[in-house]
Design a protein around this ligand. Structure first.
Ligand code: HEC
Ligand code: HEC
Length: 318
């Protein structure tokens, strides 16, 4: 399955803005060394992810987080952006990567404005972008226009195609909504289903590395924030601090190591998994979630080998 941008705007955004947004999204000239576009990391053929554990930007620099799918943002009605929800509006999030040193690497917004004013289409015609606001509006309109094709589960749920789920996947659905309690966070509400609760939870992923250093790390996060450092840039260049998740945004100790529940739409296409990309396959991600979620709920969840296969078949139908 290929998730494409159909141009069918779900919210706002004129066709012109969407087309401009798509041009900018694919334009490598907007990066510091001309090698990286948004689409380099958010590849439409991989549900707008990159297949890498953590993102690689200009000059082969590694970030600290796994590239999330943009395919589900509009359809799931996402209410905060990035793994830690540090942006409340999509329009505020879309320009961040351009000046992030580990992503597109521009020095500052002045350089960005210059680049945008010189941006051209493939035929060399100037795109007519004058302001940051115009670029942010266009990129937002484009991302809102990304309309993934109906999944097997969508078709099953709509009632039009009762055979869209295999019997195994149907068993998996019952487990997902019932005994395995996955739907508690990966919600089956909404139409199409959002597969997220738009909320933040402890994950147990990547915690071993930071647990020893918590007092020092939390102090550093707060000190940098007081000094006015740009949060997204800090996170992309400080792996240990990135593992503190939502704490970076709220400075509330209850939020240490919590991350936004990812929508599971097209999850079979978005390996590797979790905020730090440390889990290679969907099978492993499932095992990890079954183990960790039952541990944190204090209720052991005994799933047989067959039941795990059922759940996996359901995840593959999302
Ligand atoms: C070098 C790879 C890379 C490039 C280039 C890149 N991104 Fe991203 N993108 C990421 C990563 C990694 C994250 C998650 C960062 C985090 O949560 O801290 C992300 C997150 C996002 C999010 C938030 C998604 C969510 O689920 O909340 C949006 C929106 C986004 N990027 C849009 C863009 C746009 C628009 C561009 C081009 C201007 C772009 N990205 C360029 C890697 C990249
Ligand atoms: C308490 C809320 C909660 C419950 C219950 C829950 N999840 Fe998750 N799930 C999350 C969060 C939060 C993450 C992101 C963790 C991270 O990145 O560190 C996640 C990540 C995942 C991922 C990786 C997705 C990606 O794009 O990286 C999969 C797959 C997944 N969950 C499946 C399940 C399954 C299957 C169940 C039921 C056995 C389940 N989850 C139960 C909150 C939950």
């Amino acid at each position: 399955m290929m998730v494409s941008a159909s141009g069918a705007a779900s919210t706002g955004g004129t066709q012109q803005q969407i087309a401009l947004g798509q041009q900018l999204f694919n334009d490598k000239h907007l990066s510091q060394d001309g090698t990286v576009s948004c689409a380099s990391c958010h590849n439409p053929a991989k549900a707008f992810t990159d297949g890498l554990p953590v993102a690689i930007g200009v000059g082969h620099r590694s970030g600290t987080r796994n590239t999330p799918s943009l395919a589900s943002l509009a359809v799931s009605g996402e209410t905060s952006f990035f793994w830690d929800g540090r942006r409340a509006l999509l329009k505020e999030a879309v320009l961040d990567p351009l000046t992030n040193p580990e992503e597109m690497g521009l020095d500052n917004q002045t350089q960005l404005t210059e680049k945008l004013r010189h941006a051209t289409d493939v035929g060399g015609k100037n795109l007519g972008v004058q302001t940051l606001d115009q670029a942010a509006t266009a990129l937002t309109a484009y991302i809102h226009s990304i309309n993934p094709p109906a999944s097997d589960y969508d078709r099953f749920r709509s009632g039009h195609d009762p055979h869209a789920l295999s019997p195994r996947a149907e068993e998996g659905l019952a487990l997902f909504a019932g005994k395995a309690r996955c739907a508690q966070c990966h919600s089956l509400q909404g139409s199409p289903v959002s597969l997220t609760d738009h909320s933040f939870h402890r994950t147990g992923v990547g915690t071993e590395d930071v647990e020893q250093k918590l007092p020092q790390l939390t102090t550093e996060v707060i000190a940098r924030s007081l000094a006015g450092a740009e949060l997204g840039n800090q996170i992309a260049s400080h792996p240990d601090e990135a593992q503190l998740g939502r704490f970076n945004v709220t400075h509330d100790i209850a939020d240490i190591e919590t991350f936004r529940t990812p929508s599971l739409r097209a999850v079979a296409l978005t390996a590797p998994y979790m905020h730090d990309g440390s889990v290679k396959t969907l099978d492993e991600a499932l095992d990890r979630e079954v183990y960790y979620r039952s541990l944190s709920a204090g209720r052991p969840m005994n799933l047989s080998v067959e039941e795990r296969k059922d759940l996996l078949a359901f995840l593959q139908a999302l």
